[in-house]
Design a protein around this ligand. Structure first.
Ligand code: NDP
Ligand code: MG
Ligand code: MG
Length: 340
């Protein structure tokens, strides 16, 4: 059984008198920084001049260069995109990191794949909220929390885990439960989940279903509702009551079709492909490819992004969604990366 920590196992006092530098003020950065501040913890933000810098200042934070923020900090939380963290770490974080301080992450990629190698005299801790940044903030304001993962890679101070739990308390994680894991497990399961199921798997399922119907001559609007729009209603049932609960709510015809046809679509071949995807994650093949893609200027990434964004599923969806008054059009409330 997984070890789960709650507020009662947490000693917030280990953060007393300490300063947390949150490096990056995007999805996770703004949420974690604001939650920590509301919990009474001293926070500074480390950034480069630009959009996020202005936003953090407007939100009332002390904003510094990355070098200055790290110099001031007892705890440094790296919340820049994973693919830029190693570069900024080498140039601006490592030279300014105080001995005896702590380096925090919200995803294990750079430590697990050896892109960042911290000195032996700092704690290295993972606190990964299992939800997108905007939810981490919204749920906290409502008095609840998003569950989080905790892992200790290096315990120089002898209190790395206590420090991690206190940080998790500060962002609201201990209200929902903080599950103990390792950098390896968090990194590999996070990548597998987003590739095989949550993002890659679901997007392809939707797209292939949509194309199968439109290729067979059905109206794209009808195909859109069947293969994409209704997905949310089904997933909401799964989220609240599991697969069995979802099947209780649908018709018996749908349930029988689920049993006999589902595994014809996602069956043994997909299981084998999932195992291959997992193996590529475990042996570092995927990480190497993503790092090389970034170094080469993201040509493949940008090309596929463009192709996917102009697919007929997107054109028809955009038109249909304009008439759906209940969908929140405010960019600020948009959920950006529910997967990490
Ligand atoms: P975002 O892309 O939302 O935010 C990036 C931030 O980093 C921006 O404020 C950006 O500022 C800043 N930044 C980029 N480059 C630099 C630089 N060279 N120097 C200083 N600041 C820079 O990141 P996320 O919040 O999505 O991800 C942060 C971490 O959290 C990652 O490790 C991710 O895996 C993890 N995570 C993310 C989740 C999510 O919900 N998104 C969920 C759980 C974990 P600027 O405006 O200047 O570009
Ligand atoms: Mg139906
Ligand atoms: Mg992720």
């Amino acid at each position: 059984m997984a070890q789960v920590y709650y507020e009662k196992e947490t000693n917030q006092e280990v953060l007393n008198g300490k300063t947390v530098a949150v490096i990056g003020y995007g999805s996770q950065g703004h949420a974690q920084a604001q939650n920590l501040r509301d919990s009474g913890i001293q926070v500074v933000i480390g950034l480069r001049p630009g959009r996020s810098w202005e936003q953090a200042k407007q939100d009332g934070f002390e904003v510094l260069t990355v070098d200055e923020a790290v110099k001031r900090a007892d705890v440094v939380q790296l919340l820049m995109p994973d693919e830029v963290q190693a570069r900024v770490y080498q140039a601006q974080v490592a030279p300014n990191l105080k001995p005896g301080s702590a380096l925090f992450f919200s995803h294990g990629f750079n430590i697990h794949f050896g892109q960042i190698e911290p000195p032996a005299d700092v704690d290295v801790v993972l606190i990964a909220p299992k939800g997108p940044g905007h939810l981490v903030r919204r749920v906290f304001v409502e008095g609840f929390g998003v569950p989080a993962l905790i892992a200790v890679h290096q315990d120089a101070s002898g209190q790395a885990k206590q420090l991690g739990l206190a940080y998790a308390w500060g962002i609201g994680g201990t209200r929902a439960g903080v599950i103990e894991t390792t950098f390896k497990e968090e990194t590999e399961t996070d990548l597998f989940g987003e590739q095989a199921v949550l993002c890659g798997g679901v997007s392809q399922l939707v797209k292939q279903g949509f194309e199968t119907l439109t290729d067979a001559g059905y109206q794209p609007e009808v195909a859109y509702f069947e293969c994409l729009h209704e997905l949310k209603l089904i997933v909401d049932l799964m989220y609240e009551e599991g697969l069995a609960g979802m099947r209780y709510s649908i018709s018996d015809t749908a349930e029988y079709g689920d049993y006999v046809s589902g595994k014809r679509v996602v069956g043994e071949a997909s299981r084998k492909a999932m195992q291959e995807v997992l193996a590529d994650i475990q042996d570092g093949t995927f990480a190497k490819r993503w790092i090389a893609e970034n170094e080469a200027g993201r040509k493949e990434f940008n090309r596929i992004r463009e192709e996917e964004a102009t697919h007929s599923l997107e054109t028809v969806g955009k038109k249909l969604r304009q008439t759906m008054a209940w969908i929140d059009k405010d960019e600020k409330n948009k959920v950006t990366d529910p997967t990490a």
